[in-house]
Write a protein that binds this ligand. Structure first.
Ligand SMILES: Nc1ncnc2c1ncn2[C@@H]1O[C@H](COP(=O)(O)OP(=O)(O)O)[C@@H](O)[C@H]1O
Ligand SMILES: [Mg+2]
Length: 326
């Protein structure tokens, strides 16, 4: 049975539309106008045990809302979900002990305590035994390289260090399911890499089921074989990351090496595609996917080609394109 089952999950937020100025505020006292935002609309998917799924979408797409419903922080307007057999918003203790939600944009640790004490408080909430706590904190601080930061006040930690502590806090009770909402946002490149390595290791060794959102395609590319893409509250792709390219990438990059001075005139090459780069001995063309084979044939006929290389457009560009199109 899948660990996460989501069926037509929908969340409508009703927001009060305030008219400008004092008159508007006064009018609002008597007659309020509401606007409705469908933050999630008929969202359906399933996730099997141990999967590491990337949840992608532009700002405001409905990612956080969906994760919050799965964590039981929000009631859906309609639809169903089960995680580990539990209905999240029933907030049963059995469920609370088996999942964690990390909100990268929110601080969940006690600001005015040393990191260690803040973690201890978290451990108390979950009723974690002292020896188990010591073992877990020892192991996780080692892996995340923050062993020497345990006595530092949370508010004095760097963003990267704090996020690592947040991650440790969310893992103290050894959850089977992890919802990670932008866990690397704003981190320096080194911390980002460390967190990524850690997550990969954790998923591989513990078989933890993880749903991750991130603005950084590097996170998704390194961690998530499968992605779910959502926009305006609706899922429009759910599949292997590499299939995103097959489905949405309109172009490939064709690079040709030829005898020096033989790379032809840019004007002449334009008919094959956009010239991205050109040196006397090489050309890089952006060619429509379905034209790649005929274009290569034509180039081989026309030029003294010594090498040819066909590459996918970077996935980051493809995703950006998809969202620009929506
Ligand atoms: N508490 C709320 N009240 C009203 N609207 C909200 C609330 N939370 C989120 N929204 C709206 O729902 C939509 C989805 O938001 P969110 O789930 O945070 O998107 P994402 O995490 O993908 O950036 C946005 O239009 C957002 O403004
Ligand atoms: Mg969000």
């Amino acid at each position: 049975m899948p660990v996460i089952q989501v069926e037509k999950l929908t969340k409508a937020f009703r927001t009060y539309k305030k008219k400008p100025g004092f008159r508007g505020a006064l009018a609002g006292l008597f007659h309020r106008e509401y606007e409705q935002t469908l933050a999630a609309k008929d969202v359906s998917f399933t996730v099997e045990e141990g999967e590491f799924v990337g949840f992608l979408g532009p700002n405001g797409a409905g990612k956080t809302t969906t994760l919050k419903m799965l964590a039981g922080l929000l009631y859906p307007t309609s639809g169903e979900a089960r995680v580990l057999g539990y209905v999240p918003w029933e907030r049963q203790d059995g469920y609370r002990r088996q999942f964690a939600l990390l909100l990268g944009q929110k601080n969940q640790l006690w600001w005015d305590l040393p990191a260690r004490e803040s973690l201890e408080l978290n451990a108390k909430i979950y009723g974690i035994a002292a020896d188990s706590f010591e073992r877990t904190v020892g192991e996780l601080t080692e892996l995340l390289d923050v062993k020497d930061k345990l006595n530092v006040m949370v508010r004095e930690l760097s963003l990267g260090e704090r996020m690592k502590m947040e991650l440790i806090a969310s893992l103290l009770h050894q959850p089977k399911v992890l919802f990670l909402d932008e866990p690397t946002i704003g981190l320096d490149v080194v911390s980002q890499k460390k967190v990524r390595q850690f997550l990969r290791h954790h998923n591989a060794t513990r078989k933890t089921t993880i749903l991750l959102t991130s603005h950084y395609m590097a996170d998704i590319q390194e961690l998530c074989p499968r992605v779910i893409i959502i926009d305006h509250g609706t899922i429009f792709f759910d599949g292997r990351l590499h299939e995103v390219l097959d489905r949405f990438a309109d172009f490939k990059l064709v690079t040709i090496q030829c005898e020096s001075g033989e790379s032809g005139s840019a004007e002449n090459l334009k008919k094959y595609g956009e010239v991205v780069e050109q040196t006397p001995a090489s050309i890089k063309l952006k060619v429509k996917r379905d034209r790649v084979i005929p274009v290569c044939k034509a180039l081989l006929d026309e030029l003294l080609v010594s090498d040819i290389d066909i590459q996918e457009v970077p996935i980051e560009d493809v995703i950006r394109q998809i969202f620009a199109r929506q």
